[in-house]
Design a protein around this ligand. Structure first.
Ligand code: NI
Length: 229
């Protein structure tokens, strides 16, 4: 696919209002990167995007900077901003970090979670069960996990977790398609909420550890086989 063709796939039909330009452009590019319409290594040029969206270069530059902060783009010499690989060598580290941060958040959170929090988590599981759009699955998975940590009073811990979960959305596609796993089953998530509802902290932590370790080893396996190609 040529660069022009992939870029036109993100075209918006209506004129973007100037004050919303940055967030609209950021969101359009973000979903196009996550669902693979903009492939790894593709250069995103400020002027080209500004013309495409009919805006000045400033909101485009801002949007690209946000996407770079989310590790979706990286800056390469002589090319400018290019689409980052969806799965990098640090993907396993992301899961190891999630394991540390999220088991701690879960421990702190469980005693303070209300019936509403638990109902909300179950609602996300139902949505995950029927959703087929890959980038939407990533978003719902993030919201599901965050809903279980809502009881912690440590805002900083939650922000760190959110960053890691955003990172994870980036390679969820590989979980699902490139790794040939298909749509993820909700068994772990259901077992996790059940343990949370029983206020069984140790069991909940064990399920979460298993859930994240399984994902980490799947990715490790993918990286190992890719490297020997
Ligand atoms: Ni999950």
């Amino acid at each position: 696919m040529t660069a022009k063709k992939s870029l036109s796939s993100i075209l918006v039909s209506e004129q973007v209002p100037a004050h919303l330009a940055r967030s609209v452009i950021e969101e359009k590019l973000r979903s196009a990167i996550l669902d693979g319409r903009l492939p790894e290594g593709m250069a995103l040029r400020q002027q080209e995007l500004a013309t495409l969206f009919g805006v000045s270069r400033m909101p485009v530059r801002e949007a690209l900077r946000q996407l770079e902060a989310q590790s979706l783009l990286r800056v390469v010499m002589h090319k400018g901003a290019v689409v980052a690989p969806l799965i990098g060598e640090d993907a396993v580290d992301t899961y190891k970090l999630r394991l540390l941060l999220e088991t701690e958040a879960l421990r702190q959170s469980i005693p303070h979670l209300t019936a509403e929090h638990i109902a909300e988590a179950r609602h996300y599981i139902d949505q995950l069960d029927t959703e087929t759009n890959l980038s939407e699955l990533g978003r719902l998975n993030r919201l599901f996990h965050l809903s279980l940590y809502a009881g912690t009073s440590n805002r900083k811990l939650l922000r760190l977790i959110e960053d890691e979960l955003n990172e994870e959305e980036r390679f969820l596609r590989f979980h699902l398609s490139a790794m040939g796993l298909g749509k993820p089953k909700q068994d772990d998530h259901i077992e996790l909420v059940d343990a949370v509802q029983d206020r069984d902290v140790e069991r909940a932590v064990r399920v979460l550890e298993r859930h994240l370790n399984n994902a980490a080893s799947t990715i490790q396996h993918y990286l190992d086989t890719r490297d020997t190609d």
